[in-house]
Design a protein around this ligand. Structure first.
Ligand SMILES: [Zn+2]
Ligand SMILES: [Zn+2]
Length: 283
């Protein structure tokens, strides 16, 4: 195994262990579905994605970074800034590009077909953070390679960002109750579990907000920030309004989901709450 793959696997296992322990010790919500079943599905999807990435474009972004550095291509290779500034600006621009990709994944029906698989999870936990349809993963890789080439990012920035993004995504999907003051301070800088949970609401106004994956600044700057969920963190209903049955959300159905027609309700501006989902905003 290359050292790059070793770093990725090591960070994944460490974050999985720490966040899953916190979910056990300080859960925010009671589980709606069987965790054993969901972990089987989510870890199955994650393993499938790892295999597909290894067989195809897994390290393509880092490889492209080596190439653009050697050739002197891309924006940040033209500016002549000190290396630390290029590193910081590179991380910021990569995070912004992932934010913009996420906005597009919601705005364009073709991408929403793929991205809805991530939103179909009826509970959220550390495993949801990496549960994406393999085709969405592949398209994201191609997009990232293009961003790396256009910006002229160096391999260290790309590797650090990819590891950071995976860890941040696992954390932001966690079912953990952070101490409120700590949560408020953290939210000024990064996406917290409370902030991202709102993005997994069944209400379109909430789903179409809080798009960030790592830094919270982009949602605040670009007007897509939602502070609190309408029904409160403990009562809000997660998942897709048009698919709330766990028995329809097995691994096979999730893999086929993008190739089935989108239900008409998925395009409606507002959706009613499922039965028994009424709740109060506790904040
Ligand atoms: Zn989304
Ligand atoms: Zn998510």
């Amino acid at each position: 195994m290359s050292s790059e793959a070793g770093i990725r696997l090591g960070v994944f296992l460490l974050v999985l262990l720490v966040v899953a322990s916190l979910e056990f010790l300080r859960p925010m919500r009671t589980w709606r579905e069987s965790r054993k079943q969901r972990w089987g599905i989510n870890l199955g999807m994650i393993a499938l994605n790892v295999v597909i990435q290894r067989l195809t474009l897994g390290a393509a972004a880092v490889a492209m970074a080596f190439h653009v550095q050697a050739e002197g291509w891309g924006l940040l290779n033209l500016v002549g800034w000190p290396p630390w500034l290029v590193f910081v600006v590179g991380l910021l621009l990569l995070d912004l590009s992932i934010y913009l990709q996420h906005v597009l994944a919601h705005a364009l029906p073709f991408f929403w077909r793929l991205h809805q698989v991530h939103h179909a999870d009826l509970d959220l936990d550390v495993t949801s953070g990496l549960r994406f349809h393999p085709v969405e993963i592949l398209l994201s890789l191609i997009y990232k390679v293009a961003v790396v080439a256009a910006l002229g990012l160096n391999p260290l920035v790309v590797l650090v960002f990819e590891v950071l993004l995976n860890a941040a995504s696992m954390f932001s999907h966690a079912n953990i109750r952070l101490q409120p003051r700590l949560e408020r301070v953290m939210r000024w800088f990064i996406i917290t579990p409370d902030m991202h949970r709102i993005h997994h609401s069944i209400y379109p106004q909430e789903t179409n907000s809080n798009y960030g994956f790592f830094l919270s600044i982009w949602d605040r700057l670009l007007g897509t920030y939602t502070q609190n969920p309408r029904d409160g963190h403990e009562s809000m209903v997660l998942g897709l309004s048009y698919q709330q049955k766990q028995e329809k959300l097995g691994l096979k159905n999730l893999l086929l989901m993008p190739f089935k027609p989108l239900p008409r309700t998925s395009l409606e501006p507002e959706k009613p709450l499922p039965q028994g989902a009424e709740g109060k905003n506790e904040q």
